[in-house]
Unconditional design. Structure first.
Length: 326
């Protein structure tokens, strides 16, 4: 039976991946420092849910949680011991916060990754890295393809993700371990981080407060439902290459104005927009060419945005009724 280490497994994407792998019958170990970037209680609830899933699948012992920091060599050595696959999702996230704390982002996202890599001694361990569509910067050629130049990031967060891909290529070249880098395009769904746009907008709409609306509403994003991202990660785990990079996206774009309209429809309430100028670090469009992932991983996005927004809003309203969101 395979053992998979998921760094950042108590968070949004990580908890969905852990849940999927437990239901698939794998052994899963999570390394997470429960960083207070948002309410730690939300991550602890995710862990409680994952323990319950493991128990319900007849194997509580198949799930292990390790509290530890990526920059702690001892914690990383304990985490990678005996694993077959590492899925590295732990990172400081977000474009805008990275502009305020660039040194901290570089420290966690790059030094932390190097400490983790240094702990892996088995050349058979497969490594899957959670990269980001932000590496494409302000590219105007759309959709974005993996062969496009990505040497012009526009935020420290994007720079750390591009640097992580390069860092992993050097490690693969020297050590030989298979590495797959996955560029995620604006992931959303239940358990989404509270500062992310869809979650934040839902909160403002349901509370009747002003929704921060940046620019003229024409910026476009490729939104990807979290279960589609998880399916892509699992495919990358199962079909390793020596070194590969893939886009995982919805392969469609939606404007900011259209996104707010979807949320208004799903929540049954109008939004109060607070018009604001464009934010530094934002880009006009993200749009994934997923043809390479389709050919080599069998990946496709199967959740249209309207359907995904309905699922998110159903989860959000249940959380609100139970007092877990404000």
């Amino acid at each position: 039976m395979q053992t998979v280490l998921i760094t950042g497994g108590a968070g949004f994407i990580g908890s969905h991946l852990v849940e999927r792998l437990l239901r698939d019958g794998l052994c899963v170990r999570v390394l997470d420092n429960l960083d207070p970037f948002y309410d730690v209680a939300k991550k602890q609830r995710n862990l409680e849910m994952l323990r319950a899933v493991a128990s319900s699948c007849g194997g509580a012992s198949r799930f292990e949680f390790l509290l530890g920091d990526l920059r702690d060599a001892e914690a990383c050595r304990a985490a990678v011991a005996g694993v077959d696959v590492v899925v590295h999702l732990a990172a400081l996230a977000g474009v805008r916060p990275s502009i305020q704390e660039p040194v901290r982002y570089w420290d966690v996202n790059l030094l932390g990754t190097q400490v983790l890599l240094q702990a892996i001694e088995n050349p058979q361990v497969r490594f899957v890295f959670g990269s980001s569509s932000s590496v494409y910067g302000g590219n105007t050629k759309v959709p974005f393809a993996e062969s496009d130049p990505v040497d012009r990031p526009v935020s420290p967060y994007a720079a750390t993700k591009k640097s992580g891909e390069v860092q992993l290529h050097a490690w693969h070249h020297l050590r030989g371990n298979p590495v797959t880098c996955l560029r995620f395009f604006t992931v959303y769904g239940p358990r989404q981080r509270p500062e992310m746009a869809i979650h934040q907008f839902a909160r403002h709409i349901t509370n009747g407060t002003e929704l921060p609306f940046f620019g003229d509403g024409s910026t476009r994003r490729d939104y990807t439902y979290v279960e589609d991202i998880v399916a892509g990660i699992v495919a990358a785990m199962d079909k390793p290459k020596p070194y590969a990079i893939y886009n995982l996206g919805g392969a469609a774009t939606t404007s900011l104005a259209e996104l707010v309209g979807h949320l208004e429809r799903a929540l049954g309430r109008p939004a109060r927009r607070k018009l604001l100028p464009d934010q530094p670090g934002d880009v006009p469009i993200t749009y994934a060419d997923v043809s390479l992932a389709g050919r080599e991983l069998g990946y496709r996005s199967s959740t249209p945005l309207a359907q995904g927004i309905d699922k998110f809003c159903a989860w959000y309203m249940q959380e609100k009724r139970e007092g877990r969101v404000l």
